[in-house]
Write a protein of this length. Structure first.
Lengths: 194, 296
């Protein structure tokens, strides 16, 4: 089986079959990356296709000898961020301030914290949407996509320590968003939490 | 960051008063240096007994605030440690005590520990069948269909025979082993040539039928398409050889013979692309004895 590096060089030489192979090898991963950034399936499909089209347009920029995946991930991430920023501008997505969630005092410890998978799915998707660009990116790249700290640092061109700090803070933000959603689900209607 | 610098910044670190960059560097260094981990833990457990500065606030308030900061009760620092749990960051006894006593940190800690389960529940999408073809079309352009190939072939007079063979091969998945049967029939036909046949009617219906075959071709899978194209290429080479042999036996006309058109008509008839009128064939043969098969 040919490596990604071999395939991209063959694409540059005009090999259509290699191009198709390269797409198929990364299609699901890129689609899920786009979905984790956008939170919308239709948008994710469009963004994922745009990522591959951009990869094709920029294929001559790939430096032989360098890891293809790192370069491709960086390209994909940049496009996702561009799309995210356009979405924020167009839809005026409001990011809930983290401070709002500090020191929640509602007594939800007595409720059953074991949610079904579907509830967890809805909860984490909703919570992820409340995160800002930097926090969302940290969660997507490190926790959802499974890249190492070194890979993320290389992708974002920032120190590893900064990546770690962003990831930890993003998790706290996500955790608080989840707690707020759980609180909303467990509180009876009309309750003000006091 | 080195250990000396870490030690200088520990008080601010524990109080959560460092800037982002220094804070990140402290976390990274502490995760890799056991000595500094112990230093930070020791700083937290140190209790300040007497205030050393003058303050308008009551001594008890000042003491309480200082104890909170030095006994690991600073939530921001604790939360950062809790966020690192899924990466293996350890919570020491002092921090665990704070978590037990602090409802906010306890609840957050529980959610943070369950994050892997939330991530697992996140939907995993799969691409649809049109995903790759659409990308290929936007990048390297449209892949030529059978209609484009056949039109190119029709520019040459002998292309009609090749087109008939190609159509027969395209229809082979539905008509069984048609290519093999067609080849056997052509091999068995007499080699003498009688006259040219009119093929106008044949070609117009051929165009329409080829268009229908092309539409179907576009809907089959990529793998199946590759197989059909390979068969078509093989048939093309074969047809060339056969056509050369046929025309070489008719030096006068130099054009497709009646026999060749009969074979074409029969082949297309087998594919279902056209209706072959067997009676018409027989009557035409009777009207023109010279055109009947096998005439010397």
């Amino acid at each position: 089986m040919k490596t990604d590096e071999e395939l991209i060089l063959e694409c540059r030489a005009g090999n259509g079959a290699s191009w198709e192979t390269l797409i198929k090898r990364h299609q699901d991963r890129i689609l899920n990356l786009a979905y984790q950034f956008t939170g919308n399936k239709e948008e994710a499909r469009d963004v994922a296709q745009d990522i591959f089209v951009r990869l094709y347009m920029k294929k001559d920029h790939y430096l032989p000898g360098k890891p293809f995946k790192t370069w491709f991930n960086s390209l994909a991430r940049n496009l996702c961020i561009d799309h995210y920023r356009r979405g924020v501008r167009d839809r005026a997505i409001v990011n809930t301030p983290v401070e709002e969630f500090v020191h929640l005092t509602a007594d939800i410890e007595t409720t059953d914290h074991r949610l079904h998978k579907r509830e967890r799915k809805e909860c984490v998707q909703s919570a992820l949407r409340t995160l800002g660009e930097i926090s969302r990116e940290a969660i997507v790249l490190k926790d959802l996509q499974g890249h190492s700290l070194e890979e993320v640092a290389e992708m974002l061109v920032i120190p590893i320590g900064t990546v770690k700090s962003r990831v930890f803070r993003a998790r706290i933000e996500l955790g608080r968003a989840i707690m707020r959603l759980q609180q909303t689900q467990t509180q009876p209607e009309g309750s003000n939490g006091l | 960051m080195d250990c000396k610098r870490f030690a200088e910044l520990v008080p601010q670190y524990l109080a959560g008063k460092l800037g982002d960059l220094d804070f990140a560097r402290m976390i990274e260094h502490e995760s890799e240096c056991e000595d500094c981990q112990q230093l930070a833990a020791a700083e937290m457990s140190e209790a300040v007994v007497e205030p050393q500065v003058e303050s308008d606030r009551a001594q008890s308030d000042w003491l309480s605030e200082t104890l909170d900061r030095t006994l690991g009760a600073d939530c921001e620092y604790i939360e950062t440690r809790l966020a690192g749990q899924i990466d293996g960051v350890k919570i020491d006894e002092m921090m665990a005590k704070h978590v037990d006593d602090c409802k906010s940190c306890r609840m957050l800690g529980r959610v943070l520990a369950e994050l892997p389960q939330y991530y697992e529940a996140f939907p995993r999408l799969k691409v649809d069948r049109a995903f790759v073809p659409e990308i290929v079309e936007r990048t390297i352009g449209r892949v030529p269909g059978i209609l484009d190939v056949v039109r190119a072939l029709l520019k040459r007079p002998e292309a009609l025979i090749e087109g008939a063979v190609a159509c027969a091969l395209i229809a082979a998945p539905f008509a069984g082993d048609l290519p093999a049967k067609l080849m056997v029939k052509i091999d068995q036909a007499p080699q003498t040539v009688i006259q040219s046949a009119h093929i106008d009617d044949l070609s117009s219906s051929l165009d329409q039928r080829i268009a229908a075959a092309n539409d179907h071709f576009a809907s089959v899978s990529t793998e199946r398409r590759q197989i059909i194209e390979q068969e078509f290429n093989d048939a093309q080479q074969w047809a060339h050889k056969k056509y050369d042999y046929i025309t070489s036996t008719d030096p006068e006309t130099g054009s497709p013979t009646a026999k060749a058109w009969q074979w074409t008509e029969r082949a297309l008839g087998r594919t279902g692309l056209i209706e072959v009128d067997k009676k018409k064939k027989t009557n035409e043969a009777n009207k023109n004895p010279d055109s009947s098969s096998g005439t010397e």
